[in-house]
Design a protein around this ligand. Structure first.
Ligand code: GSY
Length: 177
């Protein structure tokens, strides 16, 4: 069975673009995963713990034959391989890979909640997600991504700035023929 999912990427340590790029490449090199779409990269003000460097954030659309738990294990291993240290819960990190949506499923496991429980309030997630999936309907929110995005306040959106477009053929070279 082919599953369709959206993954949020974030980095605020070291060469942030390089960490995003490496994560995209690792995902696409996985034999059971195919990256089908990339959002632009946004530079975003830190949310939660605000006394830390700004983030680069982006969202990917993926196809995979892995189930949600297998995707979680795979992304956690990739985070570790990309120098991620889990010291401070909301603190700086080289790379963060969060599953946002998995098909249109509701999943509640000990270590995995899908849809991501905070995605509806995070402009750094919704703005890039809306760029590639505005017409995606999310049953558990009873809303399209575009509607969720338009409900963000100006204040929430003002910390999110387009940094680089990765869509189209230049998207990290993934879609070059
Ligand atoms: O949950 C992801 C890590 N994170 C981020 C992030 O990726 N971007 C921004 N702007 N703020 C964040 N705070 C945390 S924690």
């Amino acid at each position: 069975m082919t599953n369709h999912l959206f993954l949020a990427l974030g980095s605020n340590v070291g060469d942030r673009e390089s960490y995003l790029r490496q994560a995209v490449e690792k995902l696409n090199q996985h034999p059971d995963v195919c990256v089908t779409q990339l959002s632009s990269i946004y530079e975003t003000a830190p949310v939660g713990v605000t006394d830390q460097p700004s983030f680069f954030n982006m969202v990917l659309r993926l196809k995979t034959t892995l189930n949600a738990s297998e995707v979680l294990r795979t992304t956690q291993k990739m985070e570790q391989d990309l120098d991620r240290k889990r010291e401070k819960r909301w603190g700086p990190r080289t790379i963060d890979l969060d599953i946002l949506l998995f098909n249109d499923e509701n999943i509640k496991m000990e270590d995995l909640y899908i849809p991501h429980p905070r995605m509806h309030e995070r402009a750094f997630v919704l703005v890039p997600l809306n760029e590639i999936a505005g017409d995606n309907y999310v049953s558990s929110y009873n809303q399209y991504i575009s509607e969720m995005t338009s409900q963000l306040s100006d204040r929430e959106k003002e910390g999110v700035h387009l940094w680089k477009s990765c869509t189209g053929p230049e998207g990290f070279g993934l879609f070059e023929s």
